[in-house]
Structure formats: structure tokens, C-alpha cells
Design a protein around this ligand. Sequence first.
Ligand code: PLP
Length: 457
Amino acid sequence: MGTAEIPYKIYLDESELPTSWYNMRADMKKKPAPLLNPGTGQPMKAEELEAVFCSELVKQELNNDDAHIAIPQEILDFYKMYRPSPLVRAYFLEKKLDTPAKIYYKFEGNNTSGSHKLNSAIAQAYYAKKQGLKGVTTETGAGQWGTALSMACAFFGLDCKVFMVKVSYEQKPFRREVMRTYGASVTPSPSETTQIGKKILSEHPGTTGSLGCAISEAVDVAVGTEGYRYVLGSVLNQVLLHQSVIGLETKAALDKYGIRPDIIIGCAGGGSNLGGLIAPFMGEKLRGEADYRIIAVEPSSCPSFTRGKYAYDFCDTGRVCPLAKMYTLGCDYIPAPNHAGGLRYHGMSSTLSELYDQGYMEATSVKQTDVFAAAEEFARVEGILPAPESSHAIRVAINEALKCKETGEEKTIVFGLTGTGYFDMVAYEKFHDGQMEDYLPTDEELAKSLDKLPQIG
Ligand SMILES: *Cc1c(COP(=O)(O)O)cnc(C)c1O
């Protein structure tokens, strides 16, 4: 089929939207390692998890067997407001790069929260409402997850308490106001409102906070407040499950035109957009039906996959959450202030960690100045101002397309464009003014937090 026949945007009809999420774990022969109770070292039981999370979400978290889980009608209806998201053929970028590669991107920035996070937020809010809860608590770093969850909670009439990493709370007042517009209460973390917050503040006076620390506070409040549960925007199996809608739509759109990708690229913070984008492709790979090169891209300042250890670790700095086996830099690792806030997490999804460990995917890390150079190149021809997180994937997609130019190969590259960067203009400003620095942790720095990993087994 000639390229001219492939439209700039491939849309699906409403009737072609996926009606089930796809659970990669069902097709994995060796399953991801279970969450462990930090007290007993035993796998977390459903009852234990239900003290923290909504019951239906606990079932999804522990479900390693069902490949397809039906999307409830209420969630499907909400999805219809902003989905399907477009799969775009980057004709203009290809032309600019003068590459024979064919580049496609799945654009998840076409909703008010500005990222893919709404796909899981609406599902988690739905199950909380269905359980009869009053509200949910969560943490947010750069603010995308908090924004998405606020929107979802407003839709279902749930209270939403967001602990926002203090540095972002101060630097991103607009994000904070979007959340308040949707009715959420936003507290800078660490705060004096929780025991753990007070402890962290007394041990690290003047700290500007971290995601791990905000998680501890949000869990503390959820467990201590009647009718509340905690929800998380990435890392967990349930979040990857909800995000599979990205990959299912991508695959359906490509299948319409008989296109088979050679390379699939996504940025990786906690792994949810990447896990979602690759889900149906990974399924084919796991079942031996097809092969794809899959590349996770992380910032060189927070290189969990490429320089971390595959080990059990705490998901939070306060060490109150269950232990997850994952590629981690250690829960005490506080990454340098990279501008891709959504990628500054010390750990990684245990499903993706296991797939990476088994050799089903690759990972690479990129420096932030190179990332912003790619973001700008992309913005100028494709018309979308990308989020710094998403631009990690753009960087590697461009690199792969340039390799094709050298070799003359007409590879098909698909990458996830997870969101827009309108709230990240301070980062763009630093880049334009030549004030952006690249920070690479030394081996000694990494060893310092890795040496403190909990000893399991
Ligand atoms: C949160 C976020 C990410 C990273 O999170 P994952 O769970 O790894 O997907 C990437 N891009 C954007 C725009 C985000 O908001």
C-alpha cells in the first residue's frame, strides 16, 4: 500500500473502541513478582491491600490470569469524551529528518489533564464510587496525575485529597489551580498534617519533597480516614491494565491499514504509558505470534532500568507501602531536579521490570538537553508542544529514524506522545536561555541508596 493512502491522522470510530482492557500478565509464563508485606515478608493478601486500595482494584492488581477485563459502561462513556486519541503519521517530521523511516505517534494530550493519566484516573474513581467511598487520596509530582484524578473525582462526585511535592506546588501554581477548579484539596508535601510528614520534616528540614515522600503522606491519610482509599497513578499492575486502552487503539488503527511496527518507543517513569502502549504488541510477542523491538526511554538523571538493581524495594520514602520487586535506584534516591517531573520516580512497574529482565524489551537513557532539542524540533514541524516526559520518546524515535537514514531501511516506528507541555514553560525557558544542565548521578551516589535496599530472601 502506498504511503499516500495513509492519512495524517488515523482515527477509529466510536464503535471500534476497545471494550476490554488487556492484561499482559495473563500471557507471561513467568509472572511479575508479588507485592510483599514489609512486616512479614509474605505476599500481600487481598484483605491487607483492601485497607489501602479499593476492592475491585485489588482484584485487578492480583489478577495474573484473565487476559481481557471488560471496561464498565460508565468508563467507556467517559472515554468517548476524549477517545479514541489520534494515531498520527509524522509526515512532516519524516520530511524534516529526510528519513525513509515511517514514524507514527499516539497522542494522549488531547484532554484537559494534558496526559494519558486520565485513562486510569477515571477507572479508579469509578471503582471508588461504586464501592460507596467518600473520597480518595493521592500524591502528585509535576501535577499531571493530580489533575487527571481531580477531573475524574469531580465527574463521580468524590472528594479528592492531593499531596503535591512541595517544589512543584511552589513552582507550578497553575497546575494547582486546575486541580482546585475540579474541587480537589491540594497540600504541599511534606506537610505538618500527617505523622510521616512531620517526621520527614524533622529529619530533613527545608526539604522540597519527593514523590516517595508524598506517597507516604497520602497513604497515611487514606488509611486513617473513614470512607477513603489511596489511589496511585502509575507503577501498579492495575494502572498498566487501564492504560492498555492506548495500545489497543494503536493496534486497531495500524491494523486498519495493515501496518506492522518494527520499533515501539515510550518514555518510562513508573511505566504506565509504556506498559499500556506496548500491551497488545507484547501479548503477541509473549505468545510467539510476532516480534517487535520495544524501547523504554528514561532520563539519565533517574535511570532505574539502565543503572538500577532488580530487587525488592519500598515504593515510598516513608517505607510504609508494600515492597515491590522492580528495577530501582533505592527508595531513598532523590533524583536531581530534572524537568521531566513525571519521570522522577526511583522504581518501575514490576510487570515491565520482569519483562525487561526476561529480555522482552530494551531500555535506554537520554540527557535532558538532548530531550528538549528533540522536543523543539518536533514542535516546529508537527505543531504540538510536547511534555518534557513525552519528549524522551521523541528523542529516541528521532535517533532511530536517523539511523534508518544512514542504512536506508524503511522501518516503521511508533512512539507514545503522552502529553502536552504548556505547564512546563519554565523548563523550556531554561533550555532556550542555555541554562539547562545535564545531571548524571555518579556510581557512588547510586550505590549509596542501593546499599540500603531491604534484604529480602
Ligand atoms: C506521568 C507522565 C509520564 C510518566 O509516567 P508513566 O507512568 O511512566 O507513563 C509520562 N508522560 C506524561 C505526560 C506524564 O504525565
